[in-house]
Design a protein around this ligand. Structure first.
Ligand code: JB2
Length: 207
């Protein structure tokens, strides 16, 4: 299982998600700075970290380790292709609970009080945000965002590029496809096909 950063890292992004990520970086690790298109990004204002350039300017694969610290999944997807050859760092908050048998991919973020339970597999570039619960044997594809307080019951699968919204609930064994959006507070009781958008209790398809 990949662990906390033990080396210097640069963050891609300097917004709200980068703030949360920076807060989780453990003692002994070092953030060298961040890349963001906005010269007044909140990360610099709140932490004093140095903006190293725009997102287009982040270093090639011979540069320092990187962590993708932007929340928007489409923006993340556009940057992931540029990270293939990079050394990346998985970052977890000290209060996150990770089963010894859980597997985290590269460049994953696990936030405060999140749980990744036994046998769960979290794909590359995923966000398991504050207080999210990934129950036993769940499988998350690449670039999935499980938003704060969302709960995936046991053996749920989530396809790549899917957002599981704030405080939503997904019943055990449900399969959610690629590129889906589960709205905040939804309770998902049926499988969701690729590209599906579901909201409500019980969740129904929209759009
Ligand atoms: O549409 C975009 C875009 N939106 C944000 N196109 C491009 N090219 N870049 C975009 N960005 C980049 O991500 C900007 O450089 C921006 O400064 C940076 C961070 O985006 P933002 O500040 O909008 O939010 P965030 O990604 O840090 O946080 C979002 O996601 C988190 C998971 C917020 O919604 C947070 O509230 C949330 N917790």
């Amino acid at each position: 299982m990949t662990q906390d950063p033990s080396r210097a890292v640069v963050l891609l992004g300097g917004g709200g998600h980068a703030l949360v990520v920076a807060d989780a970086v453990t003692e002994g690790a070092e953030i060298l700075g961040y890349f963001d298109d906005d010269p007044r990004a909140v990360l610099g204002e709140c932490t004093g970290l140095v903006r190293l350039g725009t997102l287009a300017e982040f270093p090639d694969a011979s540069g320092p380790h990187v962590h993708l610290a932007i929340g928007n999944l489409a923006v993340r997807a556009s940057l992931i292709g540029r990270l293939t050859a990079h050394q990346t760092v998985t970052i977890r908050h000290a209060t996150a609970v990770l089963s010894a048998s859980a597997e985290l991919g590269r460049d994953v973020f696990v936030g405060p009080q999140a749980v990744v339970h036994t046998g769960a597999r979290v794909g590359d570039h995923c966000i398991v945000n504050t207080g999210a619960i990934i129950e036993h044997e769940c499988v998350l594809g690449e670039n999935v965002h499980v938003a704060p307080g969302a709960v995936l019951g046991g053996r749920v699968s989530v396809g790549p590029g899917t957002l599981v919204g704030l405080g939503s609930r997904v019943l055990p064994g449900i399969r959610i496809g690629a590129g889906c959006v589960v709205g905040a507070g939804a309770v998902v009781i049926r499988d969701v096909p690729d590209g599906g958008r579901v909201v409500g209790v019980p969740a129904r398809t929209i759009g």
